[in-house]
Design a protein around this ligand. Structure first.
Ligand code: NDP
Length: 297
C-alpha cells in the first residue's frame, strides 16, 4: 500500500494559524505584540531568502518583525553589542542570528550571548541543557516541527524504535532528545555507524538529517515505518536545470513506508512555522503567561 504523504506545507499553515490566534489574543487581552528580531551578517543568497521569508511570515501572523542586516566585515564586538541591545529591548521576545556566520565570527560565542529566554532557535547552551534534562526550554525549530508531525500522525510515540541519521547540534541531537522525551527507543546513526542499512531497518521511525541527496533507499525501510526527511539537497535534472531532493530516495521509500514527508513541502515549511511558535512561547513566558498548548513540547 502506498505511504501516507505527511503534508508539511498544510501542517505548517495550520501551525501559523494557531500562532496568529494566540498573537491576536495577546494583543486583545494583554496589549502585547510578540516581536522577532532576525540578524543577518553578510550577503549569503540562501540566507537572504530565508530571512526575507521569515520576516514576511512574522508580519502575516501579526507579530512585530525587525531585521538587522550587517556588513560581512562586521566586527564581533559590534555584533555582540547589537545582541546585547536586543536582549534588553522589551518589545523583542525572540532573537535569531542567521547561520552560518562569516569565518571571523565565533558562532558559539555569538549564540551564547543571546538571552536564553529569547533564543528562539534553541541553540544556546542553556537551552541545550534544559532540553537534555527534560525541562522547559526553547526547542530547535526543525526537530520541533518533525516531532509535531510525528505526534500528529502516530498519537503516542511511546515504545517505538526511532533511528535518527545525523548527529548535528541543530537537527540530529535535539531530534533524538525529543524522541527520547516521548519515550521512543532512540538510536543516533552517523558517518561512522556500522551496518547502517540494518540499523535503519529496525526503525519504526526514521529521521534522515544527513545532507546527502537520496542516500536512504527503500530497501533500508521497514514496511510501514514513518520516514521524516529533513534533507534539502539541490541536484541536476537530466533534462537540465536543478531540483530539490531530500536525504531519502522518495519513490522507493514511499513504496515501503507507512508515511513519509516529501521534499519540498515536508519538514522545510514546518521549520519557519515553529520559529513563529517559539516566538509566541517566548513572549508568553516573558510575560508570566502559560505557553500556548500544542506549540511547544
Ligand atoms: P550536518 O552536516 O551538520 O550533519 C550531517 C550529519 O550526517 C553528521 O552527523 C554526519 O555524521 C552524518 N552523515 C554524513 N554522511 C553520512 C553517511 N554516509 N552515513 C551516515 N551519516 C552520515 O547537517 P545538518 O544536520 O545541519 O543538516 C542535515 C540536512 O538537513 C542538510 O541537508 C540540511 O540542508 C538539512 N536541513 C534542513 C532544514 C529544514 O528546515 N528542512 C533545517 C536544517 C537542516 P558525522 O557527524 O559522523 O560527520
Amino acid at each position: 500500500m502506498a505511504a501516507t504523504v505527511i503534508d508539511g506545507k498544510a501542517f505548517a499553515a495550520r501551525v501559523r494559524g494557531q500562532v496568529a490566534t494566540h498573537v491576536a489574543a495577546l494583543k486583545a487581552d494583554h496589549g502585547i505584540t510578540p516581536g522577532l528580531a532576525v540578524v543577518l551578517v553578510g550577503e549569503d543568497p540562501a540566507s537572504e531568502v530565508y530571512v526575507r521569508s521569515k520576516g514576511k511570515m512574522t508580519l502575516e501572523v501579526g507579530m512585530k518583525s525587525v531585521e538587522h542586516k550587517l556588513d560581512a566585515e562586521t566586527a564581533e564586538a559590534d555584533l555582540l553589542a547589537l545582541i546585547h541591545q536586543l536582549n534588553n529591548d522589551p518589545e523583542i521576545h525572540g532573537i535569531l542570528v542567521q547561520l552560518p556566520l562569516p569565518d571571523h565570527l565565533d558562532e558559539d560565542l555569538v549564540i551564547n550571548s543571546i538571552d536564553p529566554a529569547k533564543d528562539v532557535d534553541g541553540f544556546h547552551i542553556s537551552n541545550v541543557g534544559l532540553l537534555g534534562t527534560g525541562q522547559d526550554s526553547m526547542v530547535p525549530c526543525t526537530p520541533l516541527g518533525c516531532l509535531m508531525m510525528l505526534r500528529d500522525h502516530h498519537g503516542s510515540l511511546s515504545g517505538l524504535n526511532a533511528v535518527v541519521i545525523g548527529r548535528s547540534n541543530i537537527v540530529g541531537k535535539p531530534m533524538a532528545q525529543l524522541l527520547l522525551g516521548d519515550s521512543c527507543t532512540v538510536t543516533i546513526a552517523h558517518s561512522r555507524t556500522k551496518d547502517l542499512p540494518d540499523v535503519v531497518r529496525r526503525a519504526d521511525i526514521v529521521v534522515a538529517a544527513v545532507g546527502r541527496a537520496q542516500m536512504v533507499p527503500g530497501d533500508w525501510i521497514k514496511p510501514g515505518a514513518t520516514v521524516i526527511d529533513v534533507g534539502i539537497n539541490r541536484i541536476e535534472k537530466p533534462e537540465g536545470g536543478t531540483r530539490l531532493v531530500g536525504d531519502v530516495d522518495y519513490d522507493s521509500c514511499a513504496a515501503v513506508a507507512g508515511a513519509i514527508t516529501p521534499v519540498p513541502g515536508g519538514v522545510g515549511p514546518m521549520t519557519i512555522a515553529c520559529l513563529l511558535a517559539n516566538t509566541v512561547t517566548a513572549c508568553c513566558r516573558a510575560n508570566g503567561l502559560p505557553a500556548p498548548e500544542g506549540l511547544t513540547v
